[in-house]
Design a protein around this ligand. Structure first.
Ligand SMILES: Nc1ncnc2c1ncn2[C@@H]1O[C@H](COP(=O)(O)OP(=O)(O)OP(=O)(O)O)[C@@H](O)[C@H]1O
Ligand SMILES: [Mg+2]
Length: 1027
């Protein structure tokens, strides 16, 4: 890719760094990039010389502050690629060489960051490159702004609106092969993310006269030629057209239907495609309108026998009727007698000239309105569906100041428009300049400039202005004429410094102004306008024709010509007033936005690249007010820059600020300029910016920077090389360490894998040979089995003596396992015993005795096991030092079996039966022979004592709820553990000497004690656990 000359290539290991040369250092070779830096800024010659030098170097863009001056190169400079767009994206305005993309980007960023609507005003004379510039801006946004799928439709429509509008609104003129014959203001709407979401177009003053007449070497609007060249044959036949532009009067007035630089056929395809993208469905109706204009042009008139005008070309009428309504009634037909061409009876009451003029007026009206309709249609398709907050960038592509030999009403409107835009420019530029000084706290020095308000007032002032006089003249009763209008102008405006007529002028000027002319002294120069036909232009209104056309079946036409327009009694506005109003609206729109300016200049009239016609450029520099522009800009300070940017650029020039300034930016700049030796009158420090009054000061600084550069470059290069080598060394070192580490990791991993595979193999083999004698094949497996058995035991031994779980041992460890199990139990038991308390030990000992006596002998034994033995069962506390057991019992008399409640007290050497604190019976343990209990669940016990012993009262029959506890304790204390008899069915006991009693025991549902036959005591014990 070729690089623009202001980009240098700096190579380094094949990498290309594009480094932009400084704005200011490039000045010696190609002038200055910003005119405000021109030393001799008041000199027009210096200004033009700068333009010429840059143009010679193919540098077509130059700034005047924030205004971009663009010179048409008339050839593709290859500076509009995507890569160029990227370069300008997000880059500060002054940091990079001037370009239309810099303006586009700056405007876009201002819109996004400040959330303020923006507009870019593009002006210049025909062929200067306005439309191209506006297209470049649109393309920049289309390429660089973020878009979603849905938004891409809008983006495409925005781009495609251009070919359609150009087909219908552009034409080949002597100055430009693709001249826009209308003014265009386009709003592009962006959402909060900065994506294009919609648009709106306003069109101004289409040059309708071109529809019916073209100067020599010029053409009608492109669309006519495109249709004839590109349209399909059957389409043309349907429209009654032939593929030959020569056949149409409206197309041959300029004698050049074909132009080498224009390819109508391919343009037609582009237009059709664009119409599809826009979502256009009324194509047939639109083609009918284009065809009807051509047919109108071919409609001829002749003189009838009675001298009246007649239409002589019937075929055209046939086709024209297609465009119009089909059901004509007599009334409308009558009205049509005034609308000559559409008079189907063939006769016309107008004179020949009037008929021709009315025919042309109709053709112009139809085309003009269809064009306006088309713009509205495009606007519909660009309507944003997004309802959130949005901002707008407006693009104004409008005709520049024009001066011809003969200047008509249209030139007047164009120049009036430029006059208004100039006013806006002065207001906004001065205002913003002043605002900046105020914001920065700098004293503002008023600038002398020519305020063209006086000329704007001359044109538009109410009652006294040019347009008011024109309106008055057109609308007053009686026959207005151009001469009476001129006289009226002289009466009202005579004496105004900017208005001259032949009559008002004197001497030299009088010669220069014709009798049917008036001269306006515009801000950009003097222009003579002819009043010839002015009034006719204004007053021809298409009311009559409109009344017919609004009934048309053609959807577009019926929408263009409204019925109300025809029926209303209100006087229609003159073209001048309409233009004035639409211009006022435009100014209002522009005033509400932040403006940027692009001033386009045409280098030569021959459309040749590389040719710089100084006289022509001087003319434009004057008409565009560029010198004025520069003067305003330079009136204050030539150069201003934010502190951070200034410091960043020049900090290397002062040891105090190099390499970095740590304090406040303003102090840094002050230190820097002091070191540079700036004089107080040369600069001012604002709140955020430094303002430098003379370019010379800046150039000196820039030269110092240039001189310092080699040293800086050397330092940078050295540190860069050092950095690069260090980085390289680190890279290599890291790579070596990394690869060694990786190798080690991999080797370790491989080793582990090998080992694992070996173990698995051994394991499988061992499993297969597990039942064999120990051999090399199974030894690993068997060891592993043993190991894991032992480890299971270690990790999970039985927790208590009651836990009987034990892992299954491998066959080789069966014996060892048994030993271990036993050892483990013993160990646990020993530990248990060591832990046990004396009371609990006693309890256990008693329980052991109980089990020795009663286990499997007495039915109530199992229930007694969990119940602890206690010293007293009487529910009261006793001093149990002597008495060791105290329990409630029932004593049965031996003879009558009478039951008597007693307390049984056991001491260490005897037992005592007590009733109501009286000792009833004492049984010495020594005398106790034995104890008998039944095997059932009853609580009977018999204490056998020898009847021979007089101290004793023979055997004692007792019944107690805690028989096992009492018997156990008694047997222990009396040491009669072996003397406890457990009888199955009956117990015999001694009643008195030689006499015996018997207790019979049976099992039953509940405890019963009764006297049975033979004097036996019958005890029925509840059956709990049948044995
Ligand atoms: N930046 C550019 N690079 C290359 N060629 C350009 C550039 N700008 C303009 N041109 C050439 O100049 C011709 C005229 O430009 P353009 O149509 O934009 O002029 P204009 O100012 O819109 O004129 P008019 O007022 O007649 O519409 C273009 O067709 C193109 O050939
Ligand atoms: Mg144009």
């Amino acid at each position: 890719m070729s690089l623009p000359p202001h980009w240098k290539e700096v190579g380094g290991e094949g990498r290309v760094h594009r480094v932009m040369e400084s704005t200011l250092t490039a000045r010696d070779r190609v002038g200055v990039q910003d005119f405000v830096l021109l030393e001799n800024y008041t000199s027009e010659a210096a200004f033009i010389e700068n333009l010429r030098r840059r143009f010679g170097e193919k540098l077509i863009y130059t700034y005047i502050g924030s205004v971009l001056v663009s010179v048409n190169p008339y050839k593709d400079l290859e500076i509009y690629s995507k890569a160029h767009m990227e370069r300008y994206r997000g880059v500060s305005f002054y940091e990079i060489s001037p370009h239309i993309y810099a303006v586009s980007d700056n405007t876009y960023r201002a819109m996004r960051t400040e959330r303020r609507d923006q507009c870019i005003l593009i002006s210049g004379e025909s062929g200067a490159g306005k439309t191209e510039a506006s297209k470049k801006i649109l393309q920049y946004y289309a390429t660089t702004c973020p878009v979603t799928d849905h938004m891409s439709t809008i983006r495409d429509r925005l781009l495609q609106s251009n070919p359609v509008l150009e087909a219908f609104g552009n034409a080949k003129t002597l100055r430009n092969d693709n001249s826009s014959r209308f003014g265009k203001y386009m709003d592009v709407q962006f959402d909060f993310r900065g994506a294009p979401i919609g648009g709106h177009i306003l069109n101004y003053l289409l040059e309708k006269s071109r529809v019916v007449h073209q100067n020599h070497g010029e053409r009608n609007f492109h669309i006519f030629y495109q249709l004839l060249e590109g349209g399909e044959q059957d389409q043309l036949s349907k429209l009654g057209l032939e593929r030959n532009a020569q056949k149409y009067h409206y197309l041959v007035k300029g004698c050049c239907p074909r132009v080498s630089s224009i390819n109508d056929k391919s343009d037609w395809k582009t237009v059709r495609k664009a119409l599809t993208v826009i979502g256009f469905h009324e194509e047939e109706d639109l083609l009918n309108i284009i065809a009807s204009v051509l047919h109108l042009g071919n409609t001829q008139f002749g003189e009838g026998e009675d001298g009246e005008t007649q239409i002589t070309t019937e075929p055209q009428l046939t086709y024209l009727s297609k465009v119009r309504t089909s059901n004509m009634n007599s009334t409308s037909s009558h009205r049509l007698t005034h609308s000559l061409i559409l008079h189907f009876k063939g006769r016309c009451p107008l004179s020949f000239e009037q008929a021709v003029a009315a025919r042309d007026a109709l053709a112009k009206a139809v085309y003009g309105r269809a064009f306006t309709w088309l713009v509205a249609k495009i606007n519909q398709s660009l309507l944003a569906s997004y309802k959130g907050s949005s901002s707008v960038i407006g693009l104004l592509d409008i005709y520049g100041f024009e001066v011809f030999q003969h200047n008509s009403f249209e030139q007047f409107c164009i120049n009036y428009c430029n006059e208004k835009l100039q006013q806006l420019f002065i207001k906004l530029t001065l205002k913003s300049e002043q605002e900046e000084y105020e914001a920065e706290g700098i004293t503002w020095e008023p600038v002398k400039y020519f305020d063209n308000k006086i000329i704007c007032d001359l044109v538009e002032e109410k009652h006294k202005g040019f347009i008011s006089i024109l309106d008055e003249e057109c609308l007053r009763p009686g026959e207005p004429s151009d001469i009476s209008f001129l006289e009226k102008l002289e009466d009202t405006l005579g004496g105004h410094a900017h208005f001259v007529t032949h009559k008002l002028a004197n001497g030299k000027t009088r010669k220069a102004v014709g009798r049917e002319e008036f001269r306006l002294i515009h801000y950009a120069g003097e222009v003579n306008y002819t009043v010839n036909g002015e009034l006719a232009n204004q007053s021809v209104n298409s009311r009559t024709a409109g009344s017919v056309i609004c009934q048309s079946d053609n959807q577009i036409l019926s929408q263009c010509f409204h019925r109300e327009e025809v029926t209303t009694q209100k006087r229609p506005e003159t073209a001048a007033t309409q233009f004035k109003n639409s211009l006022a609206k435009l100014i209002e729109i522009l005033m509400s936005k932040e403006p940027s300016y692009v001033r386009c200049i045409k280098p030569n009239d021959a459309k040749q690249s590389g040719r710089f016609d100084e006289a022509l450029v001087r003319h434009q520099v004057k008409y565009l007010g560029l010198m004025e522009n520069l003067r305003v800009r330079r009136a204050g300070f030539a150069y201003r820059r934010r502190y951070e940017a200034f410091l960043q650029r020049y900090k290397s020039l002062c040891p105090g600020t190099w390499p970095n300034w740590q304090g406040r930016l303003a102090d840094g700049v002050a230190t820097l300029v002091q070191h540079l030796g700036y004089k107080p009158e040369e600069y001012k420090l604002g709140k955020t910016k430094i303002f430098i009054r003379f370019p010379k000061t800046l150039f000196t600084t820039e030269d110092a920077l240039e001189a310092r550069r080699p040293a800086l470059a050397l330092t940078l290069q050295t540190s860069w090389r050092g950095y690069r080598e260090r980085a390289k060394y680190h890279r290599i070192r890291n790579a070596v360490i990394q690869s060694a580490w990786r190798g080690m990791k991999s080797r370790r991993k491989a080793r582990r894998r090998r080992h694992a595979a070996e173990i698995i193999r051994k394991f499988i083999k061992g499993f297969i040979y597990r039942h064999y004698e120990r051999c090399p094949e199974n030894e690993y497996f068997l060891d592993h089995q043993r190991f894991s058995f032992l480890m299971t035991l270690v990790r999970n031994p039985p927790k208590s003596v009651l836990d009987k779980s034990w892992p299954v041992p491998p066959p080789s460890l069966t014996e060892a396992s048994e030993h271990l199990c036993r050892l483990c139990m013993q160990n646990m038991m020993r530990a248990y015993c060591r832990r046990i308390q004396p009371e609990w030990k006693k309890q256990m000992e008693q329980k052991v005795v109980a089990s020795q006596i009663f286990q499997d002998q007495k039915d109530s034994y199992p229930q007694s096991v969990p119940k602890l033995f206690v010293a007293s069962r009487l529910g009261r506390e006793f001093n149990l030092k002597v008495i060791q057991t105290l329990v409630a019992v029932t004593k049965y008399d031996r003879r009558g079996y009478k039951a008597r409640p007693r307390q049984l007290l056991l001491t260490s050497s005897f037992a005592v039966l007590v009733a109501e604190a009286k000792l009833k019976q004492r049984i010495d343990y020594a005398a106790l022979r034995s104890i008998s209990v039944s095997s059932l669940t009853d609580g009977f016990m018999v204490l056998h004592v020898p009847s021979e012993d007089n101290k004793q009262k023979s055997d004692v029959v007792l019944q107690c709820d805690h028989v096992i506890e009492v018997v156990t304790k008694l047997a222990t204390m009396a040491d009669k553990k072996n003397k406890v008899n457990i009888s199955q069915d009956s117990i015999k006991f001694a009643v008195a000497r030689g006499k015996e009693g018997v207790i019979d025991f049976t099992s039953g549902s509940e405890l019963k004690v009764a006297k049975g036959k033979k004097g036996h005591l019958l005890v029925t014990a509840p059956q709990l656990n049948p044995r």
